[in-house]
Design a protein around this ligand. Structure first.
Ligand SMILES: [Zn+2]
Length: 382
């Protein structure tokens, strides 16, 4: 009754009043409102939890075991996002499977470029733990390389004078070298699933392949790949059926036209175009995020196509609902996001690079100290 009266009043208000109201409503509305029920404590996984009132429209809970108080957002990437109106619009754009440039989103959502950049990576961090597994199918395997990039970083000992030198150096780097970052790409021909994974730097070793192809990841598969000694050594040792070809010959076997990795190879080319063309290069620091974004887009499109093929059946695929569930259920994204800077310096260190440069985003620098990573701080000399 009270609501009906309120509604009537609202409908009678002037257009300019309505505009104010619409904005107010949008600022206090979350597209996740249906998901605010929690069944277990996000901190200790205990099911012994009780409701403890409502705060900012969401149910608050208390865990009887660890005594922590939380909402469904506490351990998800949604934590700390306040500009709900802009965030909802941002999500909508993401779910539309568009890759809208940040400067356009900035105008549309009227928030800063930094905010959009952070939101994007927070969201993508929830996708990073998504792992693809291949079972009983033919798997095409390939790799692509990127020159290590520290785009957006400062104090790397590059001043105006030797900037030119640095650019020349980048241009001179061709093919596989100690300065290249490897990306493994796998594609299952039956499942239609693509996986892109950042491996180490430099020449591919057998241990890199070993790290990637865990027993869990591939079961009962035949792998199609080129004649790289690291691949062949690994597959032979593990007794994994595999067929090879020369990558110089269009990635196809001379004896059997079915033996090729052209599908995965064309995805690799698209990804390169996405990174170098659309995004104008990305820092190695964010490579994982962009890999998973591309993978997510491809997986969603594959799923949509599968649904369209079901001629007489009802189509039951909801991109928005799926992504929302992924965001809510994911418990690692927030940590991954907060550790981005730490993981990046650790990655460079592991691969023998010691000059990290300084991160412009102070958010990461403060949380780095919080998680006790001082030992990994870059040396002060360039
Ligand atoms: Zn607990």
């Amino acid at each position: 009754m009270r609501f009906e009266k309120l509604r009537e009043q609202v409908l009678l208000s002037t257009p300019s009043e309505k505009e104010v109201l619409i904005n107010d409503l949008r600022d206090s509305f979350s597209v996740f409102y249906k998901h605010d029920n929690v069944s277990a404590c996000p901190y200790c996984t205990s099911k012994h939890i009780v409701k403890n009132g409502i705060r900012k429209e969401f149910h608050r809970y208390i865990c009887r075991d660890c005594k922590k108080s939380f909402t469904f957002r506490s351990k998800s990437s949604l934590r700390g996002i306040h500009k709900l109106n802009a965030w909802n619009l941002f999500l909508e754009d993401f779910m539309s499977l568009n890759i809208t440039p940040i400067r356009i989103l900035k105008q549309r959502l009227s928030v800063s470029e930094q905010t959009i950049f952070n939101w994007r990576h927070k969201l993508l961090a929830t996708l990073i733990s998504m792992e693809v597994k291949y079972k009983g199918e033919k798997v095409e395997f390939d790799e692509l390389i990127f020159l290590v990039s520290r785009k957006g970083r400062q104090q790397m000992g590059i001043n105006r004078k030797n900037k030119h030198q640095y650019k020349q150096w980048r241009k001179s780097q061709r093919g596989e070298s100690d300065h290249t970052v490897k990306v493994f790409a796998a594609y299952g021909r039956t499942s239609g699933l693509l996986e892109l994974h950042k491996s180490g730097m430099g020449r591919t070793r057998k241990t890199d392949v070993e790290e990637y192809f865990t027993k869990d990841k591939i079961q009962d598969v035949t792998v199609y790949c080129d004649k790289h000694p690291a691949y062949r050594g690994f597959f032979k040792d593990m007794k994994i059926p595999h067929e090879t070809f020369l990558s110089t010959l269009q990635h196809v076997s001379r004896d059997n036209a079915d033996v090729h990795n052209q599908t995965v190879n064309s995805y690799c080319k698209n990804f390169k175009e996405f990174v170098n063309g659309h995004l104008k290069g990305v820092s190695t620091k964010y490579m994982d995020s962009y890999l998973k974004w591309f993978q997510y887009l491809q997986a969603t499109k594959t799923e949509l196509n599968k649904q369209l093929d079901k001629v007489d059946q009802k189509i039951s695929f909801d991109i928005k609902e799926n992504l929302r569930k992924q965001i809510i259920q994911d418990q690692n994204g927030l940590d991954i996001y907060r550790r981005t800077e730490f993981n990046f310096t650790a990655y460079l260190r592991r691969n023998g690079r010691t000059n990290y440069g300084v991160c412009k985003n102070h958010y990461y620098n403060t949380t780095m100290a919080d998680i006790g990573t001082q030992i990994f701080l870059p040396p002060s000399e360039s």
